[in-house]
Design a protein around this ligand. Structure first.
Ligand code: GDP
Length: 521
């Protein structure tokens, strides 16, 4: 009989990523870990694992050798200026790519370089997005109520922007500000906090404008999505319709042969919530999320506020390394010393490792959400990092000017396909469809048009943030942005163009396609 990949992995005591690696090696095709495989294949996999266990024995012994400590010390002794420079220029790349790269090489290098292969797994960070009233807050509340250990009496739960749920499959960190605004604000600064996006869709309402927006945001961030069809307890719930509607967006649920995980839930009765948590852990395992608690610290500001008594309270998500009370933190071109830390349940803590949200007391000014945070050994080192950043910024401002030209030249020479990213906003569904129809015919081999989001109504701040991260132009037909949205667009350098005549809008698209416009970096 057939077995599902993830249950086989569980039975054999290996992780899903390993199982998929073996299947790839065997040339067996699958859609996702929920796909089923034949019994013959199961036998083959068992044989491979047995062989590996025999051959792998000496490697395991080598791994067990005591690990040398000097590298960690050497790292700690170095002022963290280098890292500051590297990360200042490219906040996420260094932190995000190295653990993954290590993980991929793991089987081969395990014996040779044990220290490198031992970067431990970290808990996934999850964000919940979706249309208003579809149940984002209720779902977060249900999970918090059932999965967060009760604190000591007298503790006041205060909003810190994230919480940690304990599940049978391990810890899951939830970003507590539902909606994609928070997600995109953080991303707009170059940071990616969420590993997985849960798109909540009410079973009695199906896909709505903000559902599409949430999906566009997750896709733009290349964050894996899980759909939670909520309110399945309602008599008028129609989960099948939601699935069919998703298919029209080219998001095909697993049971229809696609690879989108769809979980029916009720935030009211709790039905399906366990399944949802399990799928989150499964997805996290596939993503093979790792971070080294011994590496130099880096994190991201989730949110911050000024408390009249306590002063500035900032929630920091630890992404790698470990944060200690007394550390100096550098954010942007400012710094602070950690006077006190609390975990998301309000308990005092002295240190915090990867994928832990902590509320930190010690900044003199409230840092903005999405800012990258690094630590320095002492005040002197903190100042050095800031100094390095300031000169870095000046350098990159100069370099940007130069790079603009070379990139344009390169594209001209290589004849590479260009993609023009657009966000469309119009007064009616009819106009949206009409414009999309015309745009589809404008594509050529050289230039592709990617409509990231097409919606009814005036552009929102979220659109501007999405446009800013994706270098998209916002085109409006018969709708105009509010003053506030225009202002954000100005500061982010995002173009919003409004038209009342469809052909003028199309002319603008033609100009964009010709590249007849200053590229935005
Ligand atoms: P949000 O705007 O997405 O955060 O949605 P809320 O969590 O505020 O929920 C909107 C409304 O739907 C509230 O009245 C909730 O009580 C209700 N609601 C949320 N989840 C469920 C559910 O699973 N079943 C039912 N029957 N009602 C729900």
């Amino acid at each position: 009989s057939k077995v599902r990949i993830y249950s086989l992995a569980k039975d054999l005591g290996v992780d899903n990523a390993k199982m998929l690696e073996i299947l790839d090696g065997l040339g067996v095709s699958y859609k996702s870990v929920s796909s089923t495989i034949e019994e013959d294949t199961v036998e083959l996999i068992k044989q491979i694992l047995e062989e590996e266990a025999r051959d792998g024995a000496p490697a395991a012994a080598a791994e067990a050798q005591p690990q040398t400590t000097p590298p960690a010390q050497a790292q700690a002794a170095q002022p963290q200026v280098n890292q500051g420079q590297a990360q200042g220029a490219q906040p996420q790349v260094a932190a995000a790519s190295s653990p993954t790269a290590t993980a991929e090489r793991e089987p081969q290098v395990a014996a040779a370089a044990p220290a490198e292969a031992e970067v431990p797994h970290r808990a996934p960070v999850v964000t919940i997005m979706g249309h208003v009233d579809h149940g984002k807050t209720s779902l977060l509340d249900y999970i918090r109520k059932t999965k967060v250990a009760a604190k000591e009496a007298g503790g006041i739960t205060q909003h810190v922007g994230a919480f940690e749920a304990q599940t049978s499959k391990g810890r899951i960190v939830f970003i507590d500000t539902p909606g994609h605004e928070a997600f995109t604000t953080i991303r707009a600064r170059g940071a990616n906090v969420a590993d997985i996006a849960i798109i909540v869709i009410a079973a009695d309402d199906s896909l709505m404008p903000q559902t599409r927006e949430a999906i566009a945001h997750a896709q733009a961030a290349k964050v894996p999505m899980i759909v939670a069809i909520n309110k399945v307890d309602l008599p008028q719930a129609d989960a099948e319709r939601v699935k069919t509607d998703l298919t029209q967006l080219n998001l095909v649920p697993e049971e229809y042969g696609g690879d989108l995980v769809v979980v029916p839930v009720s935030a009211k009765t709790g039905e399906g919530v366990e399944d949802l948590l399990e799928y989150i852990s499964l997805t996290a395992e596939l993503e093979d999320l790792r971070a080294d608690p011994k590496a130099p610290f880096s994190g991201v500001i989730i949110e911050s506020r000024v408390d009249r008594q306590a002063g500035v309270l900032a929630t920091v998500m630890v992404q790698q390394g470990t944060l200690h009370v007394g550390d100096f933190l550098v954010v942007g071109e400012g710094y602070g010393k950690i006077k006190a830390m609390t975990d998301s349940a309000g308990g005092r803590i002295k240190e915090a490792g990867p994928s832990t949200p902590v509320q930190v007391l010690g900044f003199s000014e409230a840092p903005a959400s999405g800012e990258t945070v690094l630590s320095a050994k002492n005040e002197h080192a903190a100042r050095e990092v800031i100094g390095a950043r300031a000169s870095d910024r000046r350098d990159s401002e100069n370099a940007r000017e130069r790079r603009k030209l070379t990139l344009e030249e390169m594209m001209g020479e290589l004849g590479e396909t260009r993609t023009v990213n657009l966000i469309l906003r119009a007064d009616t569904q009819g106009s949206v469809e009409a414009i999309q129809g015309i745009l589809a015919r404008k594509e050529s081999d050289d230039v592709k048009i990617n409509v990231m989001l097409a919606g009814i109504g005036a552009p929102t701040e979220g659109d501007v943030l999405l446009a800013s991260t994706a270098e998209a132009t916002i085109l409006c037909f018969s709708v105009t942005p509010s003053g506030g949205v225009k202002k954000v667009a100005d500061t982010k350098g995002v173009d919003i163009k409004s038209f009342r005549i469809i052909y003028e809008l199309i002319d603008e698209v033609d100009r964009l396609l010709k590249g007849n416009v200053e590229p935005v970096f």
